[in-house]
Structure formats: C-alpha cells, structure tokens
Design a protein around this ligand. Sequence first.
Ligand SMILES: CC(C)(COP(=O)(O)OP(=O)(O)OC[C@H]1O[C@@H](n2cnc3c(N)ncnc32)[C@H](O)[C@@H]1OP(=O)(O)O)[C@@H](O)C(=O)NCCC(=O)NCCS
Length: 180
Amino acid sequence: MTDERIDAGGGVILRPFRLGDERSLVESANDPEVARFLRDRFPHPYTLEDARGWVEFNRDLRPCCNFAIDVGGAVVGGAGFVFGDDVHRFSAEVGYWLGRAHWGRGIATRVLGAITEYGFERHAMVRLYAGVFEGNEASARVLEKCGYAREGVARKAALKGGKFLDVWQFARVREDLSGL
Ligand SMILES: CC(C)(COP(=O)(O)OP(=O)(O)OC[C@H]1O[C@@H](n2cnc3c(N)ncnc32)[C@H](O)[C@@H]1OP(=O)(O)O)[C@@H](O)C(=O)NCCC(=O)NCCS
C-alpha cells in the first residue's frame, strides 16, 4: 500500500481522480439506481460538466479523501472519507458507490475492506461509520461483511426523493487504542 494508491485486490485499485477520468466517471455515475441511495450532492443526471468539476476539485487535494475505483484503467465508482474535526477528529464517515454494470461481484466489499484498513492505519482513525438509507440492503450487507456493526436507526433523518427516510447507522471501531 502506498500513500495515495490502495490495492484492494482482484484488479481493483483505489487512486486519486485524474484528468482523463471524466468519460468513464459519467458512464458509471449517470444512473438513477446509483444516485437514489446517495446524498443529493451526488448529481443526477451526472453530466460531463459534473465529472470535470469533480476531477478538478479532487486532483490536487492531499491527502486524498475521495478515491476513484479503478478497474483496468477505467473509473467504475468512487469511495472516500469525510474526516471529523474537534472532538470527532478520530472519526470519519466512509462512503462508496459503484456503477451498476459492476454490481454483485464483491467489488464494494473489497473496496470498503481496503479503505477501512487505510482509514485505521494511514489516518489513525478510531471510528469509521456510515449512514445507510432504509431499504439499501446491499450496502448494509457490504458493511456487515467488512466488520461494521449496526448501531441503530436515525428515524426520518434524510429527505431523499421527496420522502423522509430512516438512516441505518453502522460503525466499526478500533479496539486497540494503544499507540495513539
Ligand atoms: C451498495 C453497492 C456499493 C454494493 O456494491 P457491490 O459491489 O454490488 O457489493 P458486493 O458485491 O461487494 O456485496 C453486495 C452484497 O449485498 C447482497 N445484496 C445485494 N442486493 C441485496 C438485496 N436486495 N438484499 C439483500 N442483500 C443484497 C449481495 O448478495 C452481497 O452479499 P453476499 O456477498 O453475502 O452475497 C452498490 O450496489 C451501489 O453502488 N449502490 C448505489 C450506491 C450506494 O448505495 N452506495 C452506498 C451508500 S451507503
């Protein structure tokens, strides 16, 4: 594992976004079935202009907190962290999405496993967490497979597509706090 490139195994690499990613990013991201379980800041429809803006925003950001999921040089999805601050500075939210053509092959499980390890080791996080919109069984399963525990439900916490949705809270915490 190098600083900004994470080998998730099985030909899946996490790396910073770069110029040239725009077309494959649109191809994977421009899908209502991808957007429906993400925040509204993930655009739908997802245009080439959106992709240009995202690549531009991220390409000089260091440390990298938004990774392209790269399979064979093409962007097939994205994964990243939102780091907490102040008293939450050892906590980070994890997020991930994958183009529909690639679902059901264990890629998200590889990706979440890899960024979880990276978050604990490279960024010394103690708590990694995710909020899953109600009904997103695939994402809940991915989190469980990666050792995240279901902590509770934030009732009606999100307004998505005109409906108030419960948000299932998942987290994985580092047990060994020595050395921090
Ligand atoms: C959630 C998402 C990342 C999963 O990606 P993926 O690569 O297909 O996931 P994996 O193949 O690693 O694992 C999916 C698991 O969910 C299970 N699953 C899929 N659909 C399911 C459903 N409707 N009900 C129950 N389990 C389901 C699969 O069987 C698999 O579990 P298994 O290995 O025990 O069989 C992908 O569907 C996606 O990008 N969705 C839209 C964006 C999103 O929801 N992001 C997460 C926001 S919290």
